[in-house]
Design a protein around this ligand. Structure first.
Ligand code: FES
Length: 279
């Protein structure tokens, strides 16, 4: 992991203040914690400061520390420990976080990083000319099943190719990031198999209902006969699972059999246990 330091003083704003809406939110968040434990709100407050200004400034760290009654160094420790906090200005329209962990790397993350180097800046955490875009390589974002992927602000863009990432970056650069559909960028639903279902292909309840409706509308009075499922029914000849045996009858026989076995196996050298008397 690289060393994480605050940005140079030349880019640090002199002051920080939550806007009206965020100030009310911060107050309510602090009030969630018991008296004396307000410091627990440090991460949500720092994150809200980042969402407001785009990155965590030195002034924001000091302001949050004052609000929570914490020494500045303690809040600085939190801000520099978690890589989710951006300590330098990032692109105003998109900060592209490319996952470079093994599954994404095996599925083409290196090509995505090449795209970022070409379209944004040669080095991570560097703004493009217009200050609108930046990028970095991050660890697993939890969408490995649809690797490779990138995260931009709070959305993930998955099943990417280099060409698709170029298009996405262009749209964010044009201020149309909100129009890009997050999630898989190919024809699949969430993490369902590519090309449709490969398992669970029996008719689903909704399909059965539509079949019944179709039959009625075709003039048929009889409901469609759907055979019962045999799934999960054990294939065994044991009495316990034999559907032809009725429980009361077999229970009686089984109980007599068990009583006989118990009598035969009981240790005759020991006195029989006296039944417990209820008081
Ligand atoms: S490895 Fe990339 S999202 Fe998990």
């Amino acid at each position: 992991m690289s060393v994480r330091r605050l940005a140079e003083d030349t880019v640090q704003p002199a002051t920080f203040a939550f806007n009206k809406e965020n100030a009310a939110w911060a107050k309510a968040t602090i009030n969630k914690y018991p008296k004396g434990r307000e410091q627990s709100a440090v991460i949500p407050l720092l994150m809200r400061a980042q969402e407001q200004d785009g990155w965590v400034t030195k002034a924001a760290i000091e302001s949050v520390a004052d609000m929570l009654g914490m020494p500045y160094i303690r809040v600085l420790e939190v801000a520099t420990f978690y890589t989710q906090f951006q300590l330098k200005p990032v692109g105003s329209r998109a900060h592209v976080q490319v996952c470079g962990t093994t599954p994404c790397m095996l599925r083409g993350a290196e090509d995505l990083i090449k795209v970022c180097k070409k379209k944004i800046a040669a080095e991570p955490f560097t703004l493009n000319e217009g200050g609108t875009l930046s990028w970095e390589e991050v660890e697993c974002q939890g969408a490995c099943v649809n690797a490779p992927m990138v995260m931009i602000f709070k959305d993930t863009f998955e099943d990417l190719t280099a060409e698709r990432l170029e298009e996405i970056i262009d749209q964010f650069e044009a201020g149309k990031g909100a129009e890009v559909k997050p999630g898989p960028q190919i024809d699949r639903i969430y993490s369902a198999p590519i090309g449709g279902l490969t398992t669970l292909q029996v008719p689903q309840p909704e399909e059965k209902k539509s079949a019944v409706r179709a039959s009625k509308s075709a003039g048929g009075d009889k409901a469609v006969s759907v055979p019962p499922s045999n799934a999960a029914k054990p294939k065994t000849a044991s009495d316990v699972t034999n559907p032809t045996l009725k429980t009361p009858a077999t229970a009686k026989e089984a109980s007599a059999r068990n009583a006989k076995i118990e009598g035969e196996t009981a240790d005759k050298s020991k006195p029989a246990k006296k039944p417990r008397v209820k008081r």
